[in-house]
Write a protein that binds this ligand. Structure first.
Ligand code: PGA
Ligand code: ZN
Length: 427
């Protein structure tokens, strides 16, 4: 627990004066929570995203009673506790949220409730200090920008029946020398993917999944070929390397009774050993730069085996770690993964996510700050990514709620001017 120091005798511009919560809607039209924090000389707002392919070890998103109950918790239980505290003392507020909740998984107030309060507090403190959020979090030396990682084709839980079993076919412009160049490349790949799909299937309707990725009627192999081709085409056009990645979201394929990964679209089942060799073959054949959740969320051993066997590829844990330092500690011990997804609402508060980022960096894992499939236009994660010095942001390619984060990176790049540089990628 952090010490609850009050400010040092001076009237502080970051003291919290009021807190409001309301119900708004996310990109899927589902209700979610938005929180406003009014500080003595600042204002902060944040809204929570929602996952659809959630990890078993994630925080519970909302309390019993859903978003309405979450709104009531903020106004009746949380606001009275945090009004009068200093928004600049993020860990004090976050510890208090955990204390008020009193459970391990935020099942009492909801992880999304904690998220919205935690981020709104950070935004209010930044505003009162007249700093952009990334600088409030990371200080003046903060000048490294992340590579965008976005899905251009998708299936699994984010799309309909005929789409591939693999959840996300991603693109990462590893050779870009600026955010603006990187964004041009990912938008070009998104457009090129549509072109390649149409050239193979003239009946393609242009349908897209929850995160704006194309959702064609295609087998996994067809989808892999399409995206590989589009990346290659754009690499040549742009004159720098644009590579491919995957989020297999393998927990959604895993059938615990059969002890097999079931690829319904392809009509194939794979044992753990077969899944491992399939993943290795994909890394090699498609020169994958990134591979997320290739195994179900309890199989640390297979993650470790794969991590050991690949070169120039980030093996990333999402459902495996759920941004949780205890899970990450297990992963580090076993050598599972060289990258970790950071989704703040998997764990509830900004401070807990910061802890996970610190631990990841200490042990050489690349932290990848990520959106959720149900998003709001809140751009805060762009600032969190830059402020915490994370080399990759995974936030989709198209759709207003995704582009909001990408455009925010452009603004940060613009403000940093000559000081801006791309992060170092270990690829
Ligand atoms: P989500 O999944 O639907 O839980 O946001 C996205 C992901 O698996 O990365
Ligand atoms: Zn994932």
């Amino acid at each position: 627990m952090a010490r609850r120091l009050s400010h040092l005798g001076e009237p502080s511009p970051t003291i919290i004066e009021d807190v409001y919560a309301r119900k708004i809607f996310n990109s899927r039209g589902e209700p979610t929570i938005e929180v406003d924090v009014i500080a003595a000389e600042g204002f902060g707002r944040a809204s929570a995203p929602s996952g659809k392919s959630r990890g078993a070890h994630e925080a519970v998103p909302f309390p019993e009673g859903g978003v309405d109950a979450a709104v009531a918790k903020v106004e009746e239980v949380i606001a009275p506790e945090i009004i009068g505290l200093d928004a600049a003392q993020q860990s004090v507020i976050d510890d208090l949220l955990r204390e008020v909740d009193g459970t391990e998984n935020f099942s009492n107030i909801g992880g999304n409730t904690a998220y919205a309060v935690s981020l709104a507090v950070a935004n209010a403190a930044a505003s009162a200090r007249a700093l952009p959020l990334y600088q409030h979090l990371g200080g003046v030396a903060c000048s490294e920008l992340p590579y965008p990682l976005g899905n251009v084709l998708g299936g699994g839980k984010h799309a309909g029946g005929g789409a591939p079993d693999i959840q996300e076919f991603l693109v990462i412009p590893v050779g870009a020398s600026s955010v603006s160049e990187a964004l041009e490349a990912i938008f070009a790949v998104h457009r090129a993917v549509r072109g390649v799909i149409e050239s193979r299937d003239p009946s393609f309707t242009g349908g897209r999944g929850d995160e704006g990725a194309w959702a064609p009627n295609a087998s996994n192999e067809e989808a892999l070929d399409v995206v590989y081709k589009a990346c290659d085409q754009v690499s040549r056009e742009m004159g720098f390397e644009v590579r491919m990645g995957l989020d297999v979201a393998a927990s959604s394929l895993w059938n615990p009774k059969r002890q097999r990964y079931v690829y319904v679209r392809d009509g194939v089942e794979r044992s753990t050993e077969e899944q491992l060799s399939y993943m290795l073959s994909l890394v090699e054949e498609y020169e994958l730069a990134y591979l997320e959740d290739p195994f179900e969320e309890e199989d640390f051993e297979s993650f470790a085996e794969l991590t050991k066997s690949v070169k120039s590829c980030l093996v990333c844990g999402d459902d495996l770690f759920t941004t949780n330092v205890n899970r990450l500690r297990m992963g580090v011990k076993k050598g599972a993964c060289n990258a970790i997804i950071i989704k703040i609402n998997q764990v509830g508060t900004l401070s807990q996510a910061i802890e996970a980022v610190r631990m990841a960096k200490k042990h050489g894992l690349a932290p990848v700050v990520s959106h959720r499939s149900g998003e709001t236009p809140d751009p805060s994660i762009a600032h969190v990514c830059v402020g915490l010095g994370c080399p990759i942001i995974k936030t989709g390619v198209v759709g207003g709620e995704r582009v909001a984060k990408l455009n925010e990176l452009l603004r940060i790049e613009d403000v940093l001017g000559d000081y801006a540089r791309m992060a170092h990628l270990n690829l």
